[in-house]
Design a protein around this ligand. Structure first.
Ligand code: AMP
Ligand code: MG
Length: 334
């Protein structure tokens, strides 16, 4: 269908975001409000949902006014229905259902992880990349094949973002803590030995978390442990990505999601990718972390492909796997 403007609503975890994009891929507005957790704790789903309920009306109306359009000019309302935290997802879904029904516009369900991929391809110009998706909820290596994104490798337990956030929680830093861990790591170049676990195309980070905390408790400095944990975790992922790259022979590698902001990961990945005559495509801030723009743009692509839903079919999907999502707007395949 012909669509000019799409509103996107994001509420899967700590951020409530809203954004308007045009059919050409211009991000006309991208407003967000993030619920900061208390030091030493993670995201509390109920508290984050209460936060989202409080800020939703203002975030959405700011997104429309900054884009200089009215609700009536929208061609669709896209919303992240999952994966994510149930109470948080329900806030975004309720707002989107109410708006779509009031404005009599199509409602477009979006998988949050697909949003990370699509905002990545939009903003970096990647066409048919091997995707490294590193967010709070995902550590996955993906390639497009047969109409869907296929998982070539992933974490067997916690994600890379969880590793940093769970370590930070134990030392009383507020979550999400990736940037603080990166800052602490930059103060050291003294490597302490930690377990490196790659199994084929997969990585496993839970042993690294336990061992890093044990090193700290046995007297190693915080900067040394952060530096070493970051080195090991990013090298592990780079090795797993290299195996998938050698197999798929893709010419581009897209790094997307919140942890894509990490300089060490960017550097290791870029060096490895160059050895395979491929090009790194690294999502830049502000589109690394969760935002309405990723939902609005993936929603625009889905809307144009006719992927809309009746309100009765828009229950939240906290465990929605990205490899279950049909992608009719993408034709190139591995
Ligand atoms: P997302 O779910 O996409 O918003 O990503 C959030 C995750 O990204 C959290 O686990 C953060 O700790 C992590 N993160 C954000 N910035 C950085 C960074 N500079 N280095 C490492 N992790 C980061
Ligand atoms: Mg995310």
């Amino acid at each position: 269908m012909v669509a000019v403007y799409c509103l996107g609503i994001e509420s899967t975890a700590h951020t409530f975001g809203a954004s308007v994009v045009s059919e050409k891929g211009e991000v006309l507005s991208d407003v967000r409000d993030t619920c900061a957790s208390k030091p030493g704790t993670g995201i509390h789903p109920r508290e984050a949902a209460d936060h989202h309920s409080e800020v939703a009306a203002k975030v959405v109306s700011d997104a429309l006014s900054r884009a200089e359009i009215t609700g009536g000019q929208l061609d669709g309302v896209a919303v992240a229905l999952g994966p994510g935290l149930g109470p948080c997802l329900r806030v975004g879904a309720t707002v989107a259902r109410a708006m779509a029904s009031w404005l009599e516009k199509p409602l477009v369900p979006v998988n949050h992880a697909i949003g990370h991929i699509e905002i990545g391809t939009l903003t970096t110009g990647a066409r048919d990349p091997l995707v490294v998706l590193v967010s709070g909820g995902h550590t996955a290596i993906l390639a497009f094949s047969g109409g869907k994104w296929r998982v070539f490798g992933e974490t067997e337990d916690i994600t890379l973002g969880n590793l940093y956030d769970m370590f930070a929680r134990e030392i009383d830093l507020p979550s999400p803590a990736g940037p603080q861990i990166e800052k602490l790591a930059s103060k050291s170049s003294n490597f302490v030995s930690l377990p490196y676990v790659v199994k084929g195309n997969d990585v496993s980070y839970s042993g690294l978390l336990t061992a890093s905390l044990a090193k700290l408790r046995s007297g190693a400095s915080l900067a040394d442990v952060c530096y070493s944990m970051q080195e090991v975790s990013c090298s592990m992922l780079t090795e797993a990505v290299e195996r998938s790259l050698a197999y798929t022979r893709k010419k581009e590698v897209l790094l997307t999601g919140g942890v894509a902001a990490n300089g060490t990961l960017q550097k290791k990945l870029a060096e490895m990718v160059a050895l395979h005559d491929a090009v790194p495509r690294i999502v830049a801030q502000p589109y690394t972390g969760d935002c309405g723009a990723q939902i609005a743009w993936a929603g625009m692509l889905a809307l144009r492909a006719g992927e809309t839903a009746e309100i009765a079919d828009t229950r939240v999907r906290p465990r929605w796997r990205l490899e279950d999502v049909p992608i009719p707007w993408r034709t190139n395949s591995a």
